[in-house]
Ligand binder design. Structure first.
Ligand code: GRF
Length: 199
């Protein structure tokens, strides 16, 4: 399974995927890492690991489309099976998404459809839910809205802040992302409406 990873920051989910590959839990190869930010820790980490790491700084392009075209060009060269968004803080255009139907995967730090968008952990704390978690899903044209591959539940504690909840959810994100990729790699699956069906 050939994976392209898009990230903008810390890159801990990317690191978890890479680690699972190193440990041979996941039979895959990360063939490209692309960051839109020069200061992304994930980009530095990818370089250190000797992966094919690319900076495509969105500020260097005149338009959103031009930036995306360059990202798509680098991805297309590598013929990935899946494009993994791992803290990639740019919205993808409908054209980008249509180019890779059910092949772009994202992780979101809530149990979707609850709390889509930014600051999902803070939204969960503010709302007062007792259980939150994370969701690995295919990307479609709706923000955080595509078919769900894997979810993990995380308890919200009385004394949780957005940060403490985020830290606990993050540990589950790393497991969930790897789980989702293992399932996609090892089982036959299809998408029926909103549902991802594994045989
Ligand atoms: C994670 O919380 C992920 O759910 C969200 O962005 C964060 C990325 O973290 N989409 P990292 O860069 O993988 O450490």
């Amino acid at each position: 399974m050939r994976l392209a990873v898009l990230l903008s920051g810390r890159g801990s989910n990317f690191a978890a995927i890479h680690q699972a590959i190193v440990e041979r839990k996941l039979d895959a190869e990360i063939i490209r890492v692309i960051s839109n930010r020069p200061d992304a820790i994930g980009l530095a980490r990818a370089r250190r690991l000797g992966l094919s790491a690319h900076l495509v700084d969105h500020r260097a392009f005149p338009t959103r489309e031009a930036h995306e075209e360059e990202v798509l060009r680098i991805i297309a060269q590598s013929e990935p099976d899946f494009i993994c968004l791992a803290g990639y803080m740019r919205l993808l255009s409908p054209a980008f998404i249509a180019a890779y139907p059910h092949r772009i995967i994202n992780i979101h730090p809530s149990l979707l459809p609850a709390f889509p968008g930014v600051d999902a952990q803070a939204q969960a704390v503010a709302y007062g839910v007792r259980i939150s978690g994370c969701t690995v899903h295919f990307v479609d044209e709706n923000v955080d809205g595509g078919p769900i591959i894997v979810q993990r539940a995380v308890e919200v504690r009385d004394n949780d802040s957005a940060d403490s909840l985020a830290a606990r959810i993050l540990e589950h994100e790393h497991i969930a992302y790897v789980d989702a990729l293992i399932k996609l790699a090892t089982r036959s699956w299809r998408v029926a409406g909103r549902r991802v069906m594994f045989e």
